[in-house]
Design a protein around this ligand. Structure first.
Ligand code: LLP
Length: 414
């Protein structure tokens, strides 16, 4: 099934015309397909078959509680990186016992909160963090389940800002240091070693970096088993890429099969933490063209949607597909830089795009379900977009549009 498609030249989300949504709820507007979310989760889950596993959706990609609720109802686990994300998971009906907690800077309060809620595992990223977790768990008379996030020094071959598995990155612990830290942790009070973890980057479009990373982690597992340190799970992180343009990432099934193949001889539950692959193509961002402007060098299609709504093009020079919501309109086709209202030259959604557009027309940015709304801000005092979830012919407002009052609701005059 195509979750987003054109019917008679009009862009639809499942069975709902996106132009109608834009007129009713205004723009910028995020629109998600519930069926796509569900099918994608099921594709991950079912690809593991009988192999013991837990698919922990990486909350950071799209943390709307309705999205989390859809996943929770299917039995998903969650990968979180803050106390705020844990609170969202709980609010959405997720099970804390299926939560793994990554991140380099877990605060004391966040660790206490996670221990009190009984999460599945802390993915520990440094010796100092292990020490802190041990002290807190001991003082609370609890045992903290931990794994160490190993930095396997594998090049994910992706944008430098979203590459995490190299020695020069701030994430995880190098293989050699991880060996020593496991030995030390095995003697620390309040610590229960459960697993081993790695995550090498995001938007990977080939299998080899994943399998190379697993090979390296498995060498460490073997060394540790020889000295009596055993694991019940291995967490292979997230990172599976999606199609924005002409990328050819492995399918979910191919990705899961490759992981299973590597781990077939190990009696380990496999945890994975997909974010982007779960939600990117389950969402679009709808924008309205305010003005067309001819420049000396480029034509500009100036939309009401900006880098504060979707920062990926500006921050990572990410290419995201932009199309007309209504293909039936009679407009001359021209090449445009699609730019927003923010006072920065870096404020663009796409450059050099061939579009048939006039003022008042709607455009849609595809693949915006991941790291779209979640990374949005109020820069230039712009209220954040509304979010809509479509399920067949039903529409749910899962986040109301922010109001101007919301912008300074927490501020006071001197
Ligand atoms: N696990 C950990 C520990 C992570 O740091 C991440 C993403 C994931 C899982 C999920 O990775 P995914 O499956 O989504 O690739 N804002 C960037 C992406 C940042 C990814 C950060 N970490 C973007 O828009 O491209």
């Amino acid at each position: 099934m195509e979750y987003f498609d054109y019917i008679g030249g009009s862009f639809v989300a499942e069975k709902v015309k996106v132009e109608d949504l834009a007129k009713q709820y205004g723009t910028p507007l995020y629109v998600y397909s519930r069926t796509c979310l569900e099918d994608t989760f099921k594709a991950f889950d079912s690809s593991f078959g009988d192999t013991p596993h837990l698919v922990c959706y990486a909350v950071k990609a799209n943390s709307n509680i309705a999205v989390l609720n859809v996943m929770a109802k299917l039995g998903a686990g969650f990968d979180i990186v803050s106390g705020g994300e844990l609170a969202r998971v709980i609010k959405a009906g997720g099970d804390p016992a299926k939560v793994v907690y990554s991140g380099v800077a877990k605060s004391k309060d966040e660790i206490i909160y996670a221990l009190e809620k009984g999460i599945k595992c802390f993915n520990v990223e440094s010796e100092a963090e292990m020490q802190r977790i041990s002290e807190i768990a001991t003082s609370l008379k609890k045992e903290a389940p931990v794994s160490i996030r190993v930095n396997p020094d594998v090049d994910a071959g992706t944008h430098p800002y979203i590459s995490t598995g190299l020695k020069k990155n701030k994430f995880g612990v190098t293989i050699d240091k991880a060996y020593d830290l496991y030995l030390a942790a095995s003697k620390m009070p309040g610590i229960a070693i459960k697993g081993i973890d790695c995550h090498i980057g995001s938007q990977l479009t080939t299998i080899t970096p994943f399998t190379d990373a697993i090979d390296r982690v498995l060498c460490l597992v073997d060394r540790l088993e020889k000295v009596g340190i055993n694991f019940s799970h291995i967490d292979v992180g997230g990172g599976l890429g999606v199609v924005y343009d002409d990328e050819t990432p492995p399918s979910i099934k191919e990705y899961v099969e490759a992981i299973k193949d590597k781990l077939v001889h190990k009696k380990l539950t496999i945890i994975c933490e997909p974010g982007r692959a779960m939600v990117a193509n389950a969402g679009v961002l709808v924008a309205k063209c305010e003005y067309l402007k001819e420049g000396e060098i480029s034509n500009f299609c100036i939309v009401d949607t900006a880098m504060n709504d979707l920062i990926r093009p500006s921050l990572y020079e990410a290419w995201m597909k932009i199309e007309e919501v209504n293909k039936n309109l009679d407009r001359p086709q021209k090449e445009y830089d699609v730019v927003g209202p923010i006072c920065e030259t870096g404020d663009f959604l796409g450059k050099g795009r061939k579009l048939k557009v006039a003022s008042g027309d709607y455009l849609v940015v595809r693949g915006a379900g991941a790291y779209g709304f979640a990374m949005s801000s109020n820069y230039n005092s712009r209220p954040r977009a509304a979010e809509i979830l479509v399920s067949a012919d039903k529409t749910y407002v899962i986040r109301a549009r922010e109001t101007i009052d919301d912008l300074y609701a927490l501020e006071t005059l001197v």
